[in-house]
Write a protein that binds this ligand. Sequence first.
Ligand code: UDP
Ligand code: MG
Length: 323
Amino acid sequence: MKLLSIVVPCYNEQEVLPLFYDKITEVMTGMKSEHPELDYEVVFINDGSKDKTLEGLRKYAKMDERIRYISFSRNFGKEAGMFAGLEASKGDYVVVMDADLQHPPEFLPQMYEYVSSGEYDCATTRRVDREGESKIRSFFARKFYKIMNKISQTEIVDGAQDFRFMTRQMVDSILSMREYNRFSKGIFSWVGYRVKYIEFKNVERAAGTTAWSFWGLFKYSLEGIIAFSTAPLAIASLLGIISCFIAFIMAVVIIIQKLTVGIRADGYPTIVCLILLFGGLQLFTTGILGQYLAKTYMECKNRPVYLVQETEKDARENMENKD
Ligand code: UDP
Ligand code: MG
């Protein structure tokens, strides 16, 4: 027997949860009839939802023994949710997917073929268009991938998603990266292995709204850069070298001027501009240093990535006690 673990982080997903449950049950029943050796479990992570997501999960866990869930003590973010789900998963194969059906479960049979054949260790979808997304957002997304791939050794594929079907070996590799600041796009790529990209057109969310604001995405992309590149740290040295070079040339020019035609003491605006410029550059680069220092500070505190308040075991025990 082979077990497939389906890991689903959920944050305020009460509206899509029933849709997701029906869909995944349908797809997996179909898959099971085709591959009798395959069984599955679904591990939902309730990431501190403020709506009735947890109630829904309790209900499904009591109804269906294939449904498991982990409920966090508060919202820890999707990265922590995925990490918790991977840790809890028991399967020989693990797939991570969103609850909102933007990662269509219809891909699962195809992904299973690729990975179980032994040809690939991971199958994932890649968006080829950004339909249903604002122009500005697409523009910044593209720029982000460009910059990121220039300054980081870890390649991040444009349009690659967190919809990943993986072998146990790859999951264990990911779990061995115990960093607190988790940037999964980078982590998935950093561990390597043979990855199959399945191209597909973007789908809109089935219900509910996205938790991502533009500002949120912007901050997330900076996190990604800091987590997987140290290139920004070199900006200070680079600017320093350039300004030393300019200063040297200026000094030579001034000395020659003084010895030949003489210098009239003006240039007050120039001095003000230069002080502002270099003051700004110094603060900017100190700020970059601060960002890395802050990440290092958080890492060395060694805090847990997430805290569990309740799991499916609690729901099932409750049910037995009532009987
Ligand atoms: N999610 C989560 N914790 C969060 C935010 C989101 O677990 O703090 C989950 C959410 O429930 C969904 C997935 O992450 O299953 C993707 O979120 P969303 O659809 O809001 O993002 P988008 O598809 O717009 O990237
Ligand atoms: Mg979504």
